[in-house]
Design a protein around this ligand. Structure first.
Ligand code: ZN
Length: 461
């Protein structure tokens, strides 16, 4: 016969075993737009051009899976619908933020982690209110309602925010870059709730020097909109994804209940939209560097740490191979020094000679063929005549000169793109650590959040 005392003791042992068996430190990396092509070309560039190791860390983790990406209403998802699947375990329509297709709120794994007392963090290279971070913290029928999404953040209780996009938080009276329509100053509201805040480029140094202490809460947004592309980053001196991840680990790991942190490489997607092969490679490398920080942490706490590296969809239809040949030429890319979207796109001002000089210095194009020059001149003609709007099918809404250059660079490297939007293909996933084997194999994108919840000892049902 078991007496009450014995039963309590057995129960306590059972609870100790089951709680021991949960992932205490959870890293959820999302490469936005990071399909198989993006991962492969980045690894090839690292191996053959940078000569910096054979493999990306994300391609070396012991558990690998493949994930579907489609949303409730289309095979070609957007980041809100696929992010909702990755954050809540449910499909929804494109554009919806952690709401089901009927508009009901869905519980996110970050909310579950918080309800369990875990510390939580959101890190991204995009605006913090962009779709992928938003689906973990906010609920909205439209991803473009970024001011409303920002208001949800103030109420969220999340311990650590780091990324870009202060324009949806600063008051319009105090900041000319503010996009708020009301008179609220959400940065002040964060401060009133006890958050330390780091706002704007000038706060980068303070952030670098900051030594995270237990119990601190932080809201850091270094740019009014997105953080710079990694390829443009050196000139800006802002915290990298790696540094934002590292500070997050230092802060959140001081919570005795463990932590859940979502870290997004958000501009892999933007680069691939703009058909910017070198921008894509550099932002994928930056994500890999951030994963290394989590991996270092995993090595200290292998029994308690889970790292999942997922993607929400592929962007651009990045095809490794072009024309009729079996060799790529990634060496061609090593003299590409600026991003297509943020930098090259602003470089053509009507002075054709100056632009061709710019291409020689910044894009490695000192030996353009006449055929290549003609393609760029066609773009210049359209821009000079301001006929760029009609050409959105051909140039995706970007500057025609910049896209002409992007295509020349891509083809010289031996690859091309199929779309300025996303594609409906499956994407790779990698994992290591506590319960990592749950993530192997072919999965629907809704399975990932459910498996992470279970690893944390909870359920999204
Ligand atoms: Zn996208």
């Amino acid at each position: 016969m078991l007496n009450r005392k014995k039963m309590v003791a057995i129960g306590m042992i059972f609870m100790a075993i089951t709680s021991f068996a949960k992932a205490k430190y959870v890293f959820y990396f999302i490469g936005d737009g990071m399909g198989a092509g993006q991962r492969q070309i980045t690894e090839e560039y690292q191996r053959t051009v940078l000569k910096n190791g054979d493999k990306l860390l994300v391609n070396s983790l012991p558990v690998a899976g493949i994930t579907t990406t489609y949303s409730a209403d289309t095979l070609i998802t957007d980041s809100a619908a696929s992010g909702t699947a990755l954050a809540t375990g449910y499909k929804t329509n494109n554009g919806y933020v952690a709401k089901d297709a009927n508009g009901n709120n869905l519980t996110t794994i970050l909310e579950l982690a918080r309800s369990k007392g875990m510390a939580t963090g959101i890190v991204t290279t995009t605006r913090l209110t962009h779709a992928t971070p938003a689906v973990f913290v906010s609920h909205n029928i439209n991803r473009d309602n970024e001011n409303e999404i920002a208001e949800d953040y103030v109420k969220s209780g999340v311990d650590y925010f780091a990324g870009g996009g202060y324009r949806h938080f600063t008051g319009k009276d105090s900041d000319s870059k503010s996009k708020r329509k009301d008179s609220r100053d959400l940065v002040k509201e964060f401060e009133n709730k006890g958050y330390m805040t780091f706002i704007g480029e000038d706060s980068a140094q303070g952030f670098e020097k900051w030594k995270p202490a237990a119990g601190q809460k932080v809201f850091a947004a270094f740019q009014s909109s997105h953080m710079p592309y990694s390829i443009d980053e050196k000139s800006k001196n802002l915290p990298s994804l790696k540094m934002m991840t590292e500070k997050g680990i230092e802060l959140l790991s001081q919570d005795k209940d463990g932590f859940f942190m979502m870290i997004e490489g958000g501009r892999i997607d933007h680069a691939s939209h703009a058909q910017d092969v070198q921008g894509t490679i550099y932002d994928t490398l930056a994500l890999d560097e951030a994963v290394k920080k989590a991996y270092d942490f995993y090595e200290k706490y292998p029994e308690d740490t889970l790292i999942v590296v997922a993607a929400d969809h592929e962007t651009g239809g990045m095809g490794l191979g072009f024309g009729n040949n079996y060799f790529m030429n990634l060496d061609q890319l090593k003299n590409v020094k600026v991003s297509i979207e943020d930098t090259l796109q602003n470089a053509y001002t009507g002075d054709r000679e100056a632009y061709f000089k710019y291409l020689a210095v910044n894009m490695g194009l000192s030996d353009l063929t006449q055929e290549e020059k003609n393609r760029i001149i066609k773009g210049m003609d359209l821009e000079d005549k301001k006929e760029t709007k009609d050409s959105s099918q051909l140039y995706g809404g970007y500057s025609p000169t910049a896209i002409a250059v992007a295509h020349i660079v891509s083809e010289r490297a031996g690859m091309q793109w199929t779309t300025f939007a996303h594609t409906g293909t499956q994407v790779p996933l990698s994992a290591i650590g506590k319960d990592a084997e749950r993530f192997g194999g072919f999965k629907d994108n809704t399975d990932i959040a459910k498996a992470i919840a279970e690893s944390m000892g909870m359920s999204l049902d």
